[in-house]
Design a binder for this molecule. Structure first.
Ligand SMILES: C[S@@+](CC[C@H](N)C(=O)[O-])C[C@H]1O[C@@H](n2cnc3c(N)ncnc32)[C@H](O)[C@@H]1O
Length: 407
């Protein structure tokens, strides 16, 4: 049976019409003719009969096994175009026409924040990424996504797995590259005891980790694991959110700065540790609102220790349950919003009801973004600039930033 790939799904699987309905096909591109065994509506290992002109040889030797990248068989221009089309299609489904002015793709070897899994095996340990749609772990020496500094810590992860993984469980190691080196936040390991603490502290020292935490416990904080946001230096809590690549962060901060323009009073909602709030404080007074008090404490410390910034106030608040109300929003000349994947339905509703003139929306989910954009347009905003920022190169993940102005 020969099938022709119509399009890619949101997970970057090929979608084709088969004899019994839709068939999903792994590792293909639109327009390609393929054949292979259909199992449960899916061809896992297709033979490509007519390759697309956009097809390239995947540069990573682990590509077929590892689930970290799903689009390495597409050219850079194809992947950028596809990510832009995901955003435009999500908007079109809400009746919104827009243009993506540019796609900013982070280079290879640029991920400074990633989670690897570790498991004990009969022969020793296994540390890597999950295989596609599977519990199996794939080791990824030479991974072309991670910063080399992160990959260099795999031996530390193997040791930590041997020390602290339970027989059946898996440890999730969140790795972050800070100014002071790599920090590791491990979740899912054995309960802490004095012997494990001592062994992990020794491991942190031998592998020169900036910081190591195990569950909720900090085992070693050898150097402040700082991040630089504009003129401020911030030490986020272990494992805290950080934009995935320095290049992606720079693209987003650049867009946000320009979109906020000369606004004197700005609210930064879902502010994290101050990725946007602190650079914006170079020209505006900023009110940072975020659910995690520990992230705000880090932001506040970074602001107090920095020179020459305007005032930054902060507020720990659950913006899903207690969004800023119109009279609070009306105090600001511009609002920046960067919610998690669920979007910011409640907060956008209040912004729609306010008199706010300018909203800068950063999003990691085009579907919830499109829902929220519809609400804004219905309330009299127009969508002005729209960019796609690809920090998750070769994955199906799509991020964007947009400026809305009240007409
Ligand atoms: C995509 S991150 C953005 C963080 C920050 N803007 C940055 O760029 O580093 C989303 C942030 O929203 C916060 N968050 C998630 N749910 C929230 C809620 N219900 N209320 C307030 N903040 C929330 C998370 O803690 C996280 O810091």
């Amino acid at each position: 049976m020969t099938l022709t790939i119509d399009r890619l799904s949101l997970h970057a699987d090929g979608v084709a019409h088969g004899p019994e309905g839709t068939v999903h096909v792994a590792m293909v591109l639109p327009g390609e003719e393929v054949e292979g065994e259909i199992e449960a509506g899916r061809i896992a290992a297709p033979r490509i009969l007519t390759p697309s002109a956009d097809r390239v040889k995947p540069p990573c030797p682990h590509y077929c096994a590892c689930g970290g990248c799903v689009l390495q068989h597409g050219s850079d221009s194809f992947v950028a175009g596809w990510k832009a089309s995901v955003v435009l299609n999500a908007l079109a489904q809400r009746g919104i026409e827009a243009t993506v002015v540019r796609v900013e793709t982070s280079p290879e070897f640029s991920r400074r924040r990633a989670t690897l899994a570790g498991r004990r095996t009969k022969k020793g340990t296994l540390v890597g990424f999950h295989a596609r749609a599977s519990d199996t772990l794939v080791e990824v020496p030479g991974c072309r996504i991670l910063r080399p500094e992160l990959l260099a810590k795999v031996p530390a992860l193997q040791e930590a797995t041997a020390l602290g993984a339970s027989r059946k469980g898996e440890i999730a190691f969140a790795l972050t590259l800070s100014e002071a080196g790599v920090e590791i936040a491990a979740k899912g390991g054995k309960d802490m005891d004095p012997a494990l603490f001592e062994a992990l502290a020794d491991l942190a020292s031998r592998h020169d980790l900036a910081r190591l935490s195990w569950g909720d416990e900090t085992v070693a904080a050898r150097r402040p694991a700082q991040q630089v946001f504009g003129r401020a230096r911030v030490t986020p809590p272990p494992g805290a959110f950080l934009q995935a690549t320095a290049e992606g962060e720079a693209a987003l901060v650049g867009f946000v700065r320009q979109a906020v323009g000369r606004a004197a009073r700005v609210a930064d909602l879902f502010a994290g540790c101050g990725t946007f709030a602190l650079p914006l404080a170079e020209t505006a007074e900023v009110h940072a609102v975020e659910g995690e008090a520990a992230m705000l404490a880090a932001l506040d410390r970074g602001w107090r220790e920095a020179q020459g910034l305007k005032r930054v106030t902060h507020e720990a608040r659950d913006l899903f349950r207690r969004p800023l109300l119109p009279d609070e929003i009306d105090r600001f000349d511009a609002v920046v919003i960067d919610p998690p994947r669920a979007g910011a339905e409640a907060q956008i509703g209040e912004i729609a009801a306010s008199r706010l003139g300018r909203l800068v929306h950063v999003s990691c989910n085009p579907v919830t973004f499109a829902r929220d954009a519809r609400r804004l347009l219905d309330a009299g905003f127009s969508l002005e600039d729209l960019i796609v920022v690809d920090q998750f190169r070769w994955s199906a993940h799509v991020e964007l930033a947009a400026r809305f102005e009240r007409r």
